[in-house]
Ligand binder design. Structure first.
Ligand SMILES: [Zn+2]
Length: 78
């Protein structure tokens, strides 16, 4: 197994979603319609959440982008 393959294996179920406003790229996994896991990279935090000056990384526009991805079928609930 190459390092890339191993990373993909470990990150199974996560899809990249870009915030429509700040272009921050995060990994998102939906385990149920109500439950969304978001993995923030350092870059994404800097681009998106840091602008909001929040302790917990969250962005209203990213939420909308995630919802759009689910509606478009890009993000499967698994
Ligand atoms: Zn954002």
């Amino acid at each position: 197994m190459t390092l890339t393959e191993r990373q993909e294996y470990l990150e199974g179920g996560f899809e990249k979603v870009e915030c429509a406003r700040c272009e921050a790229l995060v990994r998102v996994r939906k385990s149920s319609p109500q439950q969304t896991s978001v993995q923030w990279t350092t870059d994404a935090t800097r681009l998106c959440a840091a602008k909001l000056n929040a302790l917990v990384p969250t962005c209203r526009d990213l939420r909308a982008s995630i919802d759009d991805a689910v509606r478009a079928g890009k993000l499967e609930v698994s």
